[in-house]
Each structure stands twice: as structure tokens, then as C-alpha cells.
Design a protein. Sequence first.
Length: 169
Amino acid sequence: MDVKYPIGKLQVPETVTLNDIQKWLEDISTYTERLRNEVASLTDEELSKTYREGSWTVRQLVHHIADSQLNMYQRLKLALTDDNPKVPEFIQDEWAELPDSKLPVDSSLKILEGINEHVIALGNSLTEKQLTRVFTHQVNGEISVGTKIAKLSWHEEHHLAHIKIALSK
């Protein structure tokens, strides 16, 4: 197993369908509860574990998941409401070092719970045409709504796998 990508790299079908969206939304709908079950009762020592040399701690991962999902959710809404908006890079390594990354993980679980609720509501209302709406990322170029929902789901599972690896050490 590649510890950096324990569930593999993001793979998005060439044409994303509403059926694909429903599968990803199912994963997103249970995610916060599954993450909470892994991290809610951890000690500071356990929250300080890493999944590989030089990686973020479990605490930083939980906060990063909320930060990143917040950014992706905003981009999703922009793509649905603006004509190909331009979005800045999210410098995740710097965000992970800001003082709020030391807060109790419950603060980010609460944020994530709300974001995922919003993503599910948006995702369930999408049309085939909306799946192809796009935004342009400053670094990664043009990204469609369908791809962004795939990434929202994959990203959560990706870091949940990291957390499980760290806690198994």
C-alpha cells in the first residue's frame, strides 16, 4: 500500500453522471459520523500521531479536512452561480500551521458536519447540465462541478485512511 495515497489517487470518470454523484453523496452523508467515531475520544498523544514520517498529525488532518472541504464547497457554489469564476490556490501547508489547528478536533467536526449537509443538498439538486459547469483554479486549471464532487468525497476518504494508519501505529 502507498501510505501517501492509501485509497489510490483520485479517479474521475470521463463523463460524470448523476448516478456517480449519488454514490459520492452517500459516502459524504456518513463521513462526519465515521470520522467522529475515529477521533472523538482520542488523547492528545493519539492526536499527535502521524501516518508517515513528516506528515501532519491526526489533529492537523482533522482540521485540514474541514479547511479543505470548506474551500471546495465554496468553489462548488461559485461554479454553480458564476460564469467560470477564477479561484485562488488554497495553501494547505500554511493553513495547517495556523493557531486554529491546535483547537479541539470537535470544532472542525462541527464545521464538517454543516459543510457536508450543504454539499448533499446541493448535490441532490444537480442536473446533468450543471455537472459540466466549471471554475478555473489558479494552479490546476478548469475543474467541473462533477469533478469537484468526486474530489469532495475522495478527499474525505483519503484522509480518513491516513488517520486510521496513524492510529494503528
